[in-house]
Design a protein around this ligand. Structure first.
Ligand SMILES: Nc1ncnc2c1ncn2[C@@H]1O[C@H](COP(=O)(O)OP(=O)(O)OP(=O)(O)O)[C@@H](O)[C@H]1O
Ligand SMILES: O=C(O)c1ccc[n+]([C@@H]2O[C@H](COP(=O)([O-])O)[C@@H](O)[C@H]2O)c1
Length: 233
């Protein structure tokens, strides 16, 4: 049976399956695009939202490009896909993922969210605020990442999540779409990283000075000055 387009499903109240990939996107790189497209396909998601973080609570602010530049780089990288780049956390005034999820679930009742993250993030997931609560709110899909997989496998979060492991097929068929649930996604490993981009192009954000980035979810414009404005229509 053909699936209705996302816009129709929102109107008719059908669930819209949405993967959330949170990150600094400092800047966005083709690895983000590739893993998101793989996840969209593997889990039969309707959309992936890139949550461009106003500031990862565990990362230093030094060296972080302005939010507008990071959002603009993400929007550009997402072009022509079912990925939407958004700085909705700024709008929601949330910095911690647990708070973001609570707010998103309330704001978008038609959507079924799933948290996507690379294996490097699973390795330190136990340091996130209320991480067990996060795991009880949404299923989690972890994407293998070269150089990080063994640390992730032996991490405290993995020990806790182990009993809730499920298969791609169960999530795809929505049988296993519950929380806690953990699925490990293994595609061709992608070695790309924002760190490598910054090493090669330390001034990448210069191309986005005073940029006005359109948020793919809230439709607000985030200006270079950091002022939020709502677009017409
Ligand atoms: N090549 C990749 N393979 C798997 N996961 C990735 C890859 N690149 C990024 N991710 C995941 O995407 C999310 C957002 O990543 P982020 O914006 O921090 O990019 P990054 O390349 O990890 O950045 P940095 O090198 O600055 O730490 C994280 O969950 C991260 O694990
Ligand atoms: O909620 C937390 O305690 C927490 C701690 C560290 C990272 N996060 C989130 O993890 C995501 C990945 O961040 P990053 O900077 O590693 O790409 C991003 O959405 C952050 O807000 C969340």
């Amino acid at each position: 049976m053909a699936r209705a387009p996302v816009s129709t499903r929102l109107v008719t109240g059908h669930a819209v399956y949405t993967g959330l990939l949170g990150g600094s996107f400092n800047p966005a790189h083709p690895g983000h695009r590739r893993i998101s497209k793989f996840a969209l396909d593997a889990l039969a998601l309707d959309e992936v939202w890139w949550l461009v973080s106003p500031g990862n609570p565990l990362k230093p602010a030094a060296g972080m490009a302005p939010l507008a530049a990071r959002l603009a780089s993400a929007s550009r990288m997402a072009r022509g896909t079912r990925i939407r780049a958004t700085a909705v956390e700024r709008d929601l005034h949330t910095r911690y993922t647990v708070d973001t999820l609570r707010a998103l679930i309330r704001r978008y009742p038609n959507r079924r969210f799933l948290w996507l993250m690379g294996a490097d993030n699973l390795a330190q997931f136990h340091r996130w605020r209320a991480w067990r609560m996060i795991a009880r709110m949404v299923p989690i899909a972890v994407i293998a990442r070269p150089g990080h997989d063994s640390r992730a496998v032996f991490s405290p979060a993995m020990r806790w999540l182990g009993p809730y492991r499920t298969s791609v097929t169960r999530l795809r068929n929505r049988i296993g779409w519950q929380a806690p649930a953990l699925v490990m996604l293994r595609f061709d490993p992608d070695t790309r990283s924002a760190t490598a981009v910054r090493l090669k192009h330390p001034n990448w954000a210069d191309a986005y000075v005073d940029v006005q980035a359109l948020d793919g979810v809230t439709r607000r414009v985030i200006g270079g000055s950091g002022v939020l404005r709502k677009t017409k229509g």
